[in-house]
Ligand binder design. Structure first.
Ligand SMILES: NC(=O)c1ccc[n+]([C@@H]2O[C@H](COP(=O)([O-])OP(=O)(O)OC[C@H]3O[C@@H](n4cnc5c(N)ncnc54)[C@H](OP(=O)(O)O)[C@@H]3O)[C@@H](O)[C@H]2O)c1
Length: 258
């Protein structure tokens, strides 16, 4: 088996790496010398600002557009990744894939429309499945995949049924990916953040003081999560000497609803 990651530059592709948890993960990995290909869906200015921040840390970084809801675009996206690897790193392989991009929807089961359900499915489950399939030839043997789920796949709060059901699917898919990709030395784990202060879901956890206090009251460590809590955890799971954790769900929530 060719574990090419030990000699090649380490390069991570982070979907939704332009803002929030993906951006924070990129910053933590860049500080460890990992090159970054990040994606954004519509907010190009934020992606370019993040690339500039990463470059200021001395990291090579590139932003590519990707809509996870549009699986027909994945072959062309994989080609764009191939080109970026060649141009910026003279490399043919990614070391890490962080399947992170996505959006929140808050609706009770009664309120959830088929259109909302389909969008959540397309982005969070179908998109992650087929993007990983499209990028698999570009992922180095011995590489790593992190799939982002949510604490909401373990505990239940009203208004998140459809979203959390997709994240539950992500957790099952992670184990199957680990089973199949293990033959190439690729490990696959789920990271399930608790409620974190980002723009996610309209920035509710960060900006709604009542919700923020509720989250803090239900968290053993007594506060809502911050992006640095998640980026640091993902970067530590991706460290070269931390490679024996496989097919696991790692919840990073400060102990929410325990
Ligand atoms: N924050 C939380 O409390 C929390 C908790 C548990 C799990 N999560 C999960 O963590 C991940 C990141 O969330 P976040 O808090 O960082 O959210 P965020 O701050 O809103 O950032 C979302 C990122 O995903 C991208 N994105 C959105 N829709 C996309 C699509 N259709 N295709 C591709 N990329 C898309 C955005 O790109 P643009 O900038 O171009 O819009 C942005 O880069 C999501 O999977 C979310 O479900 C979040």
């Amino acid at each position: 088996m060719n574990h090419s990651t030990s000699t090649s530059p380490r390069i991570a592709l982070i979907t939704g790496g332009s803002r929030g948890l993906g951006k924070n993960t990129a910053l933590h990995l860049a500080r460890e010398g990992v090159g970054i290909i990040l994606t954004y869906v519509g907010n190009r200015a934020a992606a370019e600002a993040t690339v500039a921040e990463l470059q200021a840390l001395g990291s090579k970084a590139v932003a590519l557009q990707l809509d996870l809801a549009n699986s027909a675009s994945f072959p062309a996206f994989a080609q764009a990744v191939r080109t970026a690897l060649q141009e910026h790193w003279q490399s043919e392989r990614l070391t890490y894939l962080v399947n992170n991009g996505g959006m929140g929807m808050h609706a009770t089961i009664e309120e959830t429309t088929e259109a909302v359900f389909d969008e959540l499915f397309n982005v969070h489950l179908k998109g992650m499945f087929f993007l990983t399939q499209a990028l698999l030839p570009l992922l180095a043997d011995g590489g790593r995949i992190i799939n982002i789920s949510s604490g909401l796949a373990r505990f239940s709060l009203p208004g998140y049924a459809a979203y959390a059901a997709m994240k539950g699917g992500v957790e099952v898919m992670t184990r199957y990916m680990a089973k199949e990709f293990g033959a190439r030395g690729i490990s696959v784990n789920t990271v399930a953040p608790g409620a974190i202060e980002t723009d996610f879901g309209g920035g509710r956890v960060r900006d709604n003081a009542q919700l923020n206090a509720f989250v803090a009251s239900q968290t053993a460590l007594g506060r809502a999560g911050l992006p640095d809590d998640i980026g640091a955890a993902i970067a530590s799971l991706l460290r070269p000497d931390n490679g024996w954790i496989n097919a696991q769900r790692v919840e990073v929530s400060g102990g929410m609803f325990i």
